[in-house]
Write a protein that binds this ligand. Structure first.
Ligand code: TXA
Ligand code: MG
Length: 401
């Protein structure tokens, strides 16, 4: 049996970009390159300078789709690829839900390019963003932090963005392509992760293409996403504040930077029942699932005996097994010869976050049946990683029990 060992740092070939003919509503999905290094934002100016013609042209094409049609576009952010449409028009927002096959009661994050744009486009005149957010906004915007704000009586947001919540979620992405797209269109963008509902979030343009080809006209390819997990979602309107979804900004950072109030922050439960009323509707749904069965090995030291026990007890005969390892698990050949794909996620929290969804998707591309994944401790980036892994896995083996 040959074991493949891969480091997850290379780009995946985008493959054929062909038109799907098997569906009446099928669109031709174009992938257009953009160079994030050609885009620069300057203090006090809402519009960036862009010194690459191809990038400018392709951004403008995406702007046209957003402003002149009801279609939506895939675009890179620093966290994961987003699926963006005007947050102000019902038809665009409906297109987002339709393309992803997303449940209608799961609200979307609104993306703006600056605080000035947020105030000008979405907040009532003279409205002051809650003081509670001041420290966090100063430090983490633009960046992977999403905050909740109250929906104002005359809010121009499409009601489908908020899914009947009395708050809306908003962030300023720091990826130059995302920010430029929003600034050039001067339109707040509703943008969930650009995966088909329940699938792992996309961190490459090819992931978006694989999930949404034929359903959207355009994907801007700005290369791999740096953070790799989604933004942190916080509610600072309530007291004590709540961490609704761990993500690119850690709980430790929120406590350190947010001010006194944030030291008492409450962490929301990871999952919820179908009929349970929850603050973050996303908690109810199946998430981040590749086609393979994911088994999470938590607190299992080097994993060798836990994995071998699991294979024996469950009479697993398949050799189509992938190992996703990070800090303690040794290379696959030392664990069990039946492991086909050995994926090393890295050992720092940043590397593990960046490579997590890439690894889950990679295993699917290889037609793997089982993904055995090493759990890590829940400090710093570990909280977001373990949140995604717990949701992705069908079974958790806890070595401490
Ligand atoms: O990094 C990210 O946040 C990415 C990129 C594209 O920006 N977007 C993203 O969106 O992850 P999505 O739709 O996959 O996740 C949005 C999360 C969901 O868990 C949703 O329930 C929650 O934010 N959410 C949105 N609006 C909310 C609200 N008003 N109240 C509570 N939770 C909300
Ligand atoms: Mg998502």
């Amino acid at each position: 049996m040959v074991t493949k060992t891969l480091r997850l740092f290379s780009r995946v070939n985008l493959g054929d970009r062909f038109r799907l003919r098997n569906h009446r509503m099928s669109l031709h999905t174009k992938i257009l390159k953009v160079d994030k290094n050609s885009i620069e934002f300057h203090d006090g100016k809402e519009l960036p300078t862009i010194n690459d013609d191809e990038t400018m042209r392709n951004l403008n094409e995406a702007v046209k789709v957003i402003l002149e049609t009801d279609n939506v576009v895939g675009f890179p952010t620093e966290t994961v690829y987003g699926l963006g449409g005007s947050a102000l028009r019902d038809e665009s927002v409906k297109s987002i839900y339709r393309a992803k096959n997303r449940p209608a009661d799961n609200p979307l994050i609104v993306h703006v390019s600056s605080i000035a744009q947020l105030e000008r486009k979405l907040l009532p005149e003279g409205y002051k963003i809650s003081e509670a957010y001041r420290g966090l906004i100063q430090k983490f915007w633009p960046g992977p932090l999403t905050i909740l704000l109250p929906v104002h009586e005359k809010s121009p947001l499409s009601k489908f963005v908020t899914a009947n919540q009395n708050t809306f979620a908003v962030r300023i992405p720091c990826h130059p392509v995302a920010r430029a797209l929003i600034a050039l269109s001067d339109e707040p963008l509703a943008a969930p992760s650009a995966n088909a509902s329940t699938r792992p979030s996309p961190t490459l343009a090819s992931h978006v293409y694989n999930d949404l080809k034929g359903k959207i006209p355009l994907i801007l390819d700005g290369g791999p996403c740096g953070v790799g997990v989604e933004s942190t979602v916080v509610d600072g309107i309530v007291s004590p504040p709540m961490l609704l979804r761990p993500g690119g900004i850690s709980l430790e950072e929120l406590k350190e930077v947010g001010g006194a109030k944030w030291r008492d922050i409450v962490v929301a439960k990871k999952t919820a029942g179908k009929n349970e009323a929850v603050k973050t509707p996303g908690m109810k749904y199946k998430h981040y699932s590749p086609s393979a069965k994911v088994v999470l090995f938590n607190n299992c030291e080097d994993g060798i005996s836990a994995i071998n026990d699991y294979i024996t007890k469950n009479h697993i005969t398949s050799e189509n097994i992938a190992l996703l390892r990070s800090r303690k698990f040794p290379e696959a050949s030392l664990i069990n010869t039946s492991i086909k794909l050995d994926l090393e996620l890295g050992s720092s929290g940043q590397d593990i976050s960046r490579n997590l969804f890439l690894g889950l998707r990679r295993a699917d591309e290889e037609g793997i049946d089982y993904i055995f994944v090493e759990g890590i401790d829940e400090t710093n980036e570990g909280l977001a990683v373990m949140n995604r892994l717990t949701k992705a896995s069908l079974e958790v083996i806890d070595g401490s029990k």
